[in-house]
Design a protein around this ligand. Structure first.
Ligand SMILES: C[S@@+](CC[C@H](N)C(=O)[O-])C[C@H]1O[C@@H](n2cnc3c(N)ncnc32)[C@H](O)[C@@H]1O
Length: 351
């Protein structure tokens, strides 16, 4: 078979670009941990000597780091003044951890994937799963850092109001369970916004629940508690709202989880399911967002589900139709997409 030179060059061009992105991944972490992005975005333009002095780092390393970021298009270089700076857009993505588009968290999760590759390799050969808690700890803080900005930007302003009658209940005082809460990014945001309501975060990973308790104490919210429990067995009844944030597809038995939620909700209660955005077909997900989620799904979500009973392994690109099948198989009769963002589907299930 003859090679088409033009197509080959096009593919190689893509691969070189992405090889650079992969090699630059650890530099993004260093930029975050050492405060290089933050300092440059707040106090630039500056050269490597100034940035090194302000961040208490070694100039030679900082100079090389700055060159790599400028070649990536993540910071800006002015050849006339020989100084570096960040545009408002570059600052929003890398320099400001309060920005809704702060993307650095993903790189912490990616670090765990590289470290855990031997476990995933074995799982490919055996078909066994890998539990959430068996991953490198970078995954847990990476997940929190990656999801928090979007929850901060959307959860209270858009997602809760998109659900039928839920915002009013939360304002006047409701009982809420947040399932698979991880480090409690979503639980704390809700508890802060609705002081008359009580929130209980559940997760089957004990270390995440420890961190969730610490985060809630740091945030100073006291209408919140946490407990280690699985989605199928968490305690309590008469909930007004039960939420799943980016975790239903990680569970071995999402149908069983939905059935348990239906049992413990009040008759007029709501189950809110936030899932990674996906279309219903593979071909509909062959795009940059689908690519990132399929990759995380292969190494994190699918092994997590396969490690549990049933092992349904929905994957992170299940899509609305399959998620509706899960919710209705669990006994919910009303299901609708309440809203969406480029990264998330917000789904509502009711009895
Ligand atoms: C991708 S993380 C999402 C964490 C959190 N909801 C957030 O948005 O930051 C998935 C979470 O689901 C939890 N999980 C997986 N299977 C579970 C199960 N069967 N019961 C309870 N939690 C589970 C994991 O421990 C993990 O914390």
């Amino acid at each position: 078979m003859e090679l088409n030179e033009e197509k080959l060059n096009e593919l190689l061009g893509q691969v070189v670009t992405e090889m650079g992105a992969a090699a630059n991944g650890p530099l993004i972490l260093l930029g975050d941990k050492l405060g290089l992005f933050k300092c440059l975005s707040e106090s630039g333009p500056m050269d490597s000597t100034e940035l090194a002095a302000k961040t208490n780092t070694a100039e030679r390393y900082v100079r090389e780091w700055l060159s790599a970021q400028a070649a990536s298009g993540y910071i800006t270089y002015d050849a006339n003044t020989k100084s570096f700076s960040m545009t408002p857009e570059q600052a929003a993505v890398f320099g400001d951890n309060e920005s809704p588009v702060f993307m650095t968290g993903a790189y912490y999760a990616i670090t765990s994937v590289y470290k855990d590759t031997p476990k995933i390799e074995k799982a490919f050969q055996t078909g066994d799963g890998v539990a959430w808690g068996d991953h490198d700890t970078c995954l847990f803080c990476g997940t929190e850092k990656f999801f928090s900005p979007s929850y901060e930007a959307n959860l209270i302003s858009t997602w809760i109001p998109s659900l039928t009658g839920v915002e009013e209940k939360l304002k006047s005082g409701a009982k809420v369970a947040d399932i698979g809460c991880g480090h409690a990014a979503s639980t704390i945001i809700m508890a802060r916004a609705f002081p008359n309501s009580t929130f209980i975060g559940f997760d089957y990973h004990d270390k995440s629940i420890e961190q969730a308790k610490a985060r809630a104490a740091e945030a100073g919210v006291n209408n919140i508690s946490f407990q280690v429990a699985t989605a199928k067995e968490f305690p309590g009844t008469e909930y007004d709202l039960v939420t799943f944030f980016d975790c239903l597809h990680d569970m071995g038995d999402p149908v069983g989880a939905c059935a348990h939620v239906k049992d413990v909700l009040k008759p007029d209660g709501t189950c809110m399911i936030v899932e990674p955005f996906a279309n219903d077909t593979l071909e509909g997900n062959l795009n940059p967002v689908g690519r990132a989620f399929y990759a995380f799904s292969t190494t994190i979500c699918t092994p997590c589900s396969l490690n549990q009973e049933v092992g349904m392994a929905l994957g992170a690109q299940a899509g609305e139709k399959r998620l509706q099948d899960v919710a209705t198989s669990g006994g919910f009769t009303h299901f609708r997409k309440a809203t969406e963002t480029p990264f998330n589907l917000i789904l509502e299930a009711r009895a």
